[in-house]
Design a protein around this ligand. Structure first.
Ligand SMILES: CC(C)(COP(=O)(O)OP(=O)(O)OC[C@H]1O[C@@H](n2cnc3c(N)ncnc32)[C@H](O)[C@@H]1OP(=O)(O)O)[C@@H](O)C(=O)NCCC(=O)NCCS
Length: 187
């Protein structure tokens, strides 16, 4: 059982973008090594995985920060939610749709969760997810949905998300990557 490293959550700002980009690259390669090839991860980093600065401007993207006195890296994880239509993807994805959702009809989107490998399985992803769901509930949403990576499925399933049918998402480098749409109804 790993020691409990303390961390806190805060809202990300545009000044955090370089650190978030580095974290996403590191997390995606290290924590999906058993699920995807490194060529798939590289392809996904060209659009499917990445920072969507719209969320930072909206104030709906959060960072988990470790306390400096612990040995673990300070930036422990990132993740957000959105009241806009885009389901996944960073700034490099040209077809993002910023249309605002209707909380009475639509599901809030859970977006871009990446945890530092030095912080894996310490509750960072679950804490970020809880923060996002609470914020979406406060905005009036009653359903949540996301496009999960294969590593992500394990976190979301443990938190009550129901998987849909696996898709093979085409990547810019000619490969495809397996994703699973997931959704959850608020209690
Ligand atoms: C998916 C990811 C965000 C999970 O983050 P995490 O901080 O390690 O997850 P948590 O410690 O909060 O896990 C909460 C629960 O989810 C489940 N879970 C998470 N990771 C798991 C794993 N690798 N194997 C089995 N169960 C897992 C467990 O039930 C866990 O509770 P437990 O540790 O008490 O058993 C992380 O693995 C990651 O960043 N992966 C690479 C990037 C990625 O694919 N992101 C998802 C985008 S959709």
């Amino acid at each position: 059982m790993p020691l409990p490293f303390p961390f806190t959550l805060r809202t990300a700002t545009l000044a955090d973008v370089p650190a978030i980009r580095a974290l996403i690259r590191l997390s995606a390669h290290a924590l999906s090594a058993g699920d995807y090839t490194s060529a798939q991860v590289e392809g996904a980093l060209q659009g499917a995985f990445g920072v969507d600065t719209q969320l930072l401007k909206d104030g709906t993207y959060f960072l988990a920060q470790g306390e400096a006195h612990t040995e673990a890296p300070v930036l422990a994880g990132c993740g957000g939610w959105s009241f806009r239509r885009t389901l996944f993807g960073g700034d490099a994805r040209a077809d993002r749709d910023p249309e605002r959702l209707d909380p009475r009809l639509d599901a809030a989107k859970i977006r871009a969760f990446f945890v530092h490998p030095g912080w894996a399985r310490r509750g960072v992803g679950a804490a970020l997810l809880e923060r996002c769901e609470q914020a979406a509930l406060a905005a009036g949403f009653r359903r949540f949905e996301l496009m999960a990576t294969l590593p992500g499925v394990r976190l979301y399933q443990a938190r009550g998300y129901v998987p849909g049918e696996l898709i093979h998402w085409p990547l810019p480098n000619g490969l495809t990557i397996e994703f699973i749409p997931m959704s959850k109804q608020a209690a």
